[in-house]
Design a protein. Structure first.
Length: 290
């Protein structure tokens, strides 16, 4: 297993120690970049088209037109996956606005840079999924969310997760400026109430998670369970029957303790177990679709 990096400035996959960009790159200087995190299953990239679509939406959100076509991103990605040779990989695609003078004005930016990082996929252990994780709700000032964009300006999420760790928890649940529940530091959030599944609506300002959308579809089509996308306040989470987080790498991660108090029976609930099972079936189908 290995880590490989593809740089548009090199046009080939290389070892991490050889992957260098200019200190004048705006992604380094200002977080003026967009990115996506993906994974493979059975060597096949999960929801690649949806991720590339979201990458473009994020770029549009910061007034940045990506100069790379889907083929110009997917072909080097395939090359980098082959070069890494992992059974399964974690992928990060980053596109920066490029280099320019040390100034906020974007008009001086030129030569956008694409970086593709491929490393061995590491997911939580079966024991961690079975036990669930601890989380805390952080205030808006500690972890204000971005307006539904996946950009290199990630400091709010970093500080939210740092605050969670200071409080002895493993993850942070962030709120928006109105105090409504938004998302985890690197994930979307779902709660189970009386057999129905609820998640913060996109109007809350959450990122339109790829795994979030897959879960909503699977739950509706395969489990026949009612779902709701709506405004959720922190107090509702504390009395929910079950909570779980979703992300491309971790998949479905149960939350069994919130703000130091147990959720439900402080065990992974029956609905969460059904969602984990149906999502595992989805990944298996992706792996077989060669």
């Amino acid at each position: 297993m290995s880590t490989k990096v593809w740089l548009s400035t090199r046009g080939e996959a290389c070892d991490p120690q050889d992957a260098m960009i200019s200190v004048f790159d705006r992604g380094f200087l200002y977080g003026d970049s967009v990115y996506e995190t993906l994974r493979t299953v059975g060597g096949r990239v999960v929801e690649l088209g949806a991720h590339l679509d979201r990458l473009r939406r994020s770029a549009e959100g910061i007034a940045f037109e990506l100069p790379f076509s889907d083929a110009e991103m997917s072909e080097p990605l395939a090359e980098t996956l082959r070069a890494a040779g992992n059974d399964d990989s974690r992928i990060r695609i980053v596109v920066t606005r490029g280099t320019g003078p040390i100034a906020l004005d974007t008009r001086g930016a030129e030569h956008p840079v694409m970086v593709i990082m491929v490393s061995p996929l590491v997911v939580p252990s079966p024991e961690e999924y079975a036990a669930g994780i601890t989380a805390v709700v952080v205030g808006e000032r500690e972890g204000s969310i971005r307006p539904g964009l996946k950009t290199g300006n990630y400091l709010g999420n970093i500080l939210a997760l740092r605050r969670a760790h200071e409080l002895g928890a493993e993850d942070a649940i962030m709120c928006n400026a109105d105090g409504a529940v938004a998302e985890g530091a690197t994930s979307n959030l779902f709660m189970v109430v009386d057999g129905s599944l609820h998640t913060p609506s996109l109007a809350t300002g959450v990122l339109a998670g790829i795994t979030r959308s897959v879960v909503l579809r699977l739950v509706a089509e395969r489990l026949g369970m009612p779902t709701a996308e709506r405004t959720i306040m922190p107090g509702e989470l504390r009395v929910a029957d079950e909570l779980f987080l979703t992300s491309s790498v971790r998949g479905i991660m149960p939350v069994t303790t919130l703000d130091g108090a147990p959720i439900g029976a402080k065990a992974v609930g029956p609905v969460t177990r059904r969602v984990i099972k149906v999502y595992a079936e989805f990944l298996a189908e992706v792996a077989r679709s060669r």
